[in-house]
Design a protein around this ligand. Structure first.
Ligand code: DX5
Ligand code: ZN
Length: 248
């Protein structure tokens, strides 16, 4: 088997950055893999943040992709506008979507990657047969709504079960964790199977955000699961005298 990728992606959340200086706050995380933008509607969660116009401006200003995390109700109706606003990935909550597969297909048709998120008390099992419809699975490691909360250790088995399913089916789906991710918790998340890490306070409270991104990426990379190419199988084709042909 051949090692294909070994990556740990760090997506800082701007939820707790200084909104009066948002351009400079985006510059501080220019070495990150994406900007995680938490969209909240004061309904699905008890907090209110950005809308589509703000996301479109962040898309224009940031030099890296936008990873939009929608904590908003009625995702079937509200999510596509964030793909139109230019977010590279749009993640909606399973609890807020009536037809998640149709919605994921619509987001992909608009050029965005499609992610599906689970609150801590939502199991991953109902999604296991449809994971191929999504580019990313976000496993919340705090109750969504606020930054600065404590990491929920009880989410680690869910991450492991999700990773086992992704590996068993040889899917390219990413597994993202969000909430309480820091130097203290990131290795456990990576070991369990996450490969995309959202960190808000850990990065924005650090004196040097770029150094913190580096440190988190290094810690995670030592544990992040490696994807392997399927074993190359040689088969003998009839009529070609035993010449091997490749089948993956
Ligand atoms: C919480 C948000 C998170 C939050 C993470 O609902 O989805 O992205 O900003 O913040 P920390 O890393 O401080 O837990
Ligand atoms: Zn988030």
């Amino acid at each position: 088997m051949t090692e294909m990728t070994r990556t740990a992606r760090i997506n800082p959340s701007i939820l707790n950055c200084d909104f009066m200086r948002i351009g400079e706050e985006l510059d501080r995380i220019a070495t990150a893999d994406a900007v995680h933008v938490d969209v909240m509607d004061d309904h699905f969660v008890p907090n209110l943040t950005f809308g589509t116009d703000m996301v479109a401006q962040i898309v224009q200003r940031a030099g890296i992709p936008i990873d939009a995390h929608l904590m908003i109700a009625d995702a079937d109706r509200t999510a596509p506008a964030y793909a139109e606003a230019g977010a590279a990935s749009v993640t909606f909550h399973a609890e807020a979507a009536a037809a998640p597969i149709r919605l994921a297909r619509e987001l992909r048709s608009k050029g965005a990657k499609a992610g599906i998120a689970l609150r801590p008390a939502t199991g991953v099992e109902p999604l296991l047969d449809v994971l191929g419809e999504f580019d990313m699975l976000l496993i919340m490691t705090v109750e969504p709504g606020f930054g600065g909360q404590s990491f929920l250790e009880s989410m680690l088995p869910k991450i492991r079960r999700a990773r086992a399913a992704v590996s068993a089916e040889d899917l390219s789906l990413s597994i993202q964790v969000d909430g309480g991710v820091s130097r203290e918790t990131i290795e456990r998340c990576a070991e369990a199977g996450a490969d995309v890490f959202v960190a808000g306070s850990a990065i924005y409270k650090a004196p040097d955000a770029a150094a913190e991104i580096d440190a988190l990426r290094t810690l995670a990379a030592a544990h992040v699961h490696t994807r392997y190419a399927r074993a190359v199988t040689f088969v003998t084709c009839s009529g070609v005298g035993g010449n091997p042909s490749r089948r993956s």
